[in-house]
Write a protein that binds this ligand. Sequence first.
Ligand code: UFG
Length: 324
Amino acid sequence: MKVLVTGGAGYIGSFIVKVLGERGDDVLVYDNLSTGHRWAVLYGKLVEGDLNNSKTLENIFSYFKPDAVIHMAASVVVPESVKYPLKYYRNNVINSINLLETCERFNVKKFIFSSSAAVYGIPHTNPVKEDMPLNPINPYGSTKLVVEKLLQDLPIQHVCLRYFNVAGADEKCRIGQAVKDATHLITRCVRTALGKCRCLEIYGSDYDTDDGTCIRDYIHVEDLAQAHILALDYLMDGGKSSIFNCGYGHGYSVLEVVNKTKEVMNIDFPVRFKGRREGDPPVLIADSEKIRKMLNFKPRYDDLEFIIRTAGNWEKRVWEENLF
Ligand code: UFG
C-alpha cells in the first residue's frame, strides 16, 4: 500500500513510518522539518515541504499516487496555542484544507487524522467517551475540532484518532521526541533527572484530584503508532468513517509521574510548585473501549515505568549526540 504521511519526520509520525515500513508499505513523508528531523525517517522517502504549498502537494500526489493519507503535520503545544492562536489556525486548519483539497483533486478517499483529547475540554466525567460533549478550552483543541467537523462534511472515508498524552521512545533507542524547548511532562521530568534542567515545575497543586495535581492518560508512542495501522487497515477493508480515543483508560497525576521518574531513573531532583497553567483540564482519561472492540486494539506498553525508562534512555542519547 502507498501511504503519504504528513509530519512523518516528527515524534509520533516517525513511529508510524517505522511500523508501516516494517510491514512493507510504501511510505512517502512530507514534512517541513520545523520540529521533525531527517534522521527520524527510518523508512520510505522524505520530501521537505510545507502544507501551505499547494503546488508541491500536487506534484507529490501525481508522482506518488497515495492510496491513503495519514495527516500528522500540525502545531501541537497547548500553551503555545494559547499565546499564538492564529499560528495554530493557519498550521492546523488552513493547511489541512490544502491537503484535503489535494486529496479531492486526486481522488484519494482514505484519510487518517491526528486529533486530540483536547477536543473534550473539561469533561464532566472521566474516562471520557467519544460521543461526549466537545468543548475545547484552548485554541489547539479548537483547531482539531474544526478539522474533525470539516471531515464529517466531506465525502472522504476517514478515521479521527484522538490522542491522549503520548510519551516514551523506541526501546532500541533509534527514535523519540527531540525538541529543545520541551513542554511535555515526561520529557521534562527525564530531562531534569539527567541534570539538563535545574528543577521540575508543577503547574497547579489545587486541582480537585487526590494529590491536587492534574491527571492524564499516558500512552506509549509505539501503541499509538499501532492504532494508526489498525485504523488504516480498517479503512482499507471498507470501514465506515469513525472517531477513536487513543489512551489506556487510566491516568496518573503529575506528582505520580514525577515520583515514578525519580524511582525509574534512580535519582532525586528538585521540584517547585507553580500556579496553574492556562488551558489545562484537571483530569483527562480515555474511555478506550471503542478502539479495543472495533479495531481490536491491544496495547503492549501500558506501563508507566516502561514509558519513562524508554523516554529517559532516549533523552540521554538526544543530549549526547545533540539530535535537536
Ligand atoms: N506539567 C507540569 N510541569 C511541566 C509540564 C507539564 O506540571 O513541566 C503538567 C501540565 O500542567 C499538565 C500535565 O503535566 O497538567 C501534562 O502536560 P503536558 O504538557 O505533558 O501535556 P498536555 O496534557 O498539556 O497536552 C498533551 C498534548 C496535547 C494533547 C493532550 C491531550 O501536548 O497535544 O496531551 O491530553 F492534546
